[in-house]
Design a protein around this ligand. Structure first.
Ligand SMILES: Cc1cc2nc3c(=O)[nH]c(=O)nc-3n(C[C@H](O)[C@H](O)[C@H](O)COP(=O)(O)OP(=O)(O)OC[C@H]3O[C@@H](n4cnc5c(N)ncnc54)[C@H](O)[C@@H]3O)c2cc1C
Length: 451
């Protein structure tokens, strides 16, 4: 049987699919990416309405997102101009108009001392609570952030003698921001991985990086330009309808991929969709039965982003603050961040009673909460709620995560849910895409050596 060069189909143009495509074209391989929607970026993108250009959600990257940052640098994104880099600083604003918790790391000490020092001096915790938090961080460092058995985070924190106030002020907001999963269900193992990568290594790993421009300008578009410049093909508005095994006219094994425009043969396929779209694509592939089952068992968590436009002169004291005793969990000043003057975005992560409200009711409630937290705020001029009902998979304890390589030869899975060390995140998606690209190119090298 003669072997032609591989032609790889990538299904899905989110961070995972785009990263895989960028890495494959870099290695000189032929790639065609199919995206069902008219835009790239998947769950990390800008939404253009008639009046506004808004991100589908306020995204935060961490200094520890090394592969994402390296990839973006490679495709020409100027990281320092594109992101506002904030050293770890958590401010929780009460609904009485003042700050009730402040944790500030210091640039003067290496990790994790920069955090321990911050914990020692933080406001809003008793001395006893600060010591308990420091003891926990010390214990985690000693055990290399490892865990014998995964368990929901609330139980772990209780066993580590973290008080309800400490959990409320520090651990729960961090868990919601990182895992988008209530602490009653969230995986301790994955949470500790995020802490490990943020608080070990360089102190800059715990920095927050907030996009200074529309998300699509920083992620999807530069990646797409890079892929196209290296000969990769990107097809928008092309949902892949089905996938089956096939031999081409040369007797080479591969896949028949069906879209509304007809079918095409590919030697390799990367499915880089969210888990909820995977099962349908695998219907004709019995060797992928286990993946179908796993992805169908996933639960999802929403993220609501409430954009409130105030008069342009409106500013918050900080670019980013936590909100205590409120439905809204974090508020961002988009004016300071990306020049959208007077625009605030409020994030509500994970499931909760707010899902029973209409969008107008939710916007009204959040407006009222912001007024309590910042009494000088005037009336907003307009609001827009973006509800991502399946924003992320629920990162529950003991969640089964499929690997990138499947039992079906030359079929790979990418996507945030396949990067087992991380919660749903841009970094998880990027790493999964890069891993698939490495698997394919090493298979290609093997088959070239064989011939
Ligand atoms: C509101 C919100 C806030 C978030 N905040 C953060 C944050 O602060 N930090 C962070 O790191 N992460 C955050 N995330 C998570 C992050 O956005 C995701 O983990 C990441 O973007 C997932 O990328 P992906 O490529 O795995 O999947 P997706 O982005 O879901 O991409 C999959 C793509 O596949 C396409 N597709 C599906 N079926 C087909 C088909 N049959 N044919 C062709 N194409 C198909 C879809 O249209 C989609 O474009 C947030 C997510 C949301 C929704």
């Amino acid at each position: 049987m003669s072997n032609t060069k591989p032609h790889i189909a990538i299904i899905g143009g989110g961070c995972a699919g785009l990263s895989a495509a960028a890495a494959l074209v870099d290695r000189g391989l032929k790639v065609t990416l199919f995206e069902a929607s008219p835009y790239l970026g998947g769950r990390a993108r800008t939404i253009e309405t008639k009046q506004h250009s808004l991100d589908n959600g306020q995204h935060i990257l961490l200094g520890a997102y090394q592969q994402t940052l390296a990839l973006l640098r490679k495709v020409g994104v100027p990281i320092d101009q594109s992101f506002l880099r904030l050293p770890l600083h958590i401010n929780m604003q009460s609904n009485h108009g003042h700050s009730v918790f402040q944790l500030k790391s210091t640039r003067l000490l290496p990790a994790p001392l920069h955090l321990l020092f911050g914990l020692l001096g933080c406001q809003g915790l008793s001395w006893q609570e600060r010591i308990k938090a420091i003891k926990l961080m010390h214990h985690l460092k000693k055990t290399n952030y490892g865990l014998v058995q995964d368990t929901p985070l609330d139980g772990f924190l209780m066993a580590q003698e973290q008080t309800p106030n400490l959990t409320k002020m520090l651990w729960e907001p961090l868990c919601l921001a990182a895992l988008n999963t209530p602490i009653t269900a969230a995986s301790t193992r994955i949470f500790l991985n995020v802490l490990r990568d943020s608080f070990s290594g360089h102190q800059r790993n715990s920095d927050f990086l907030l996009p200074r421009q529309d998300l699509s300008n920083i992620i999807a578009q530069p990646l797409a330009r890079y892929i196209s410049s290296k000969g990769g093909v990107i097809n928008l508005n092309q949902a892949v309808l089905s996938l089956d095994t096939q031999q081409n006219s040369l007797g080479q094994d591969g896949f028949k991929l069906e879209t509304a425009d007809g079918s095409q043969f590919f030697t390799d396929v990367i499915i880089a969709t969210a888990p909820s779209h995977v099962a349908k694509l695998l219907q004709a592939l019995p060797l992928a039965d286990d993946i179908r089952e796993v992805t169908q068992s996933y639960q999802y968590q929403p993220i609501y982003t409430i954009y409130l436009q105030y008069p342009e002169s409106t500013q918050l004291p900080q670019v980013m603050s936590g909100l205590c005793h409120s439905t809204g969990q974090w508020v961002f000043d988009r004016g300071q961040l990306c020049g959208q003057l007077g625009l605030l975005s409020v994030v509500v992560s994970a499931s909760g009673a707010h899902q029973r409200l209409t969008q107008s009711q939710l916007a009204l409630m959040v407006t009222h909460e912001l007024k309590l937290a910042y009494p000088y705020l005037p009336k907003p001029l307009w609001h827009k709620v973006i509800a991502e009902k399946r924003a992320t998979f629920s990162c529950d304890a003991m969640l089964d995560r499929p690997s990138n390589q499947t039992l079906q030869s030359h079929l790979y899975l990418a996507g945030d849910y396949t990067y087992a060390d991380y919660p749903a995140s841009i970094e998880g998606a990027v790493r999964s895409g890069l891993l698939c690209a490495s698997l394919i190119s090493s298979e290609d090298k093997k088959s070239q050596n064989h011939n």
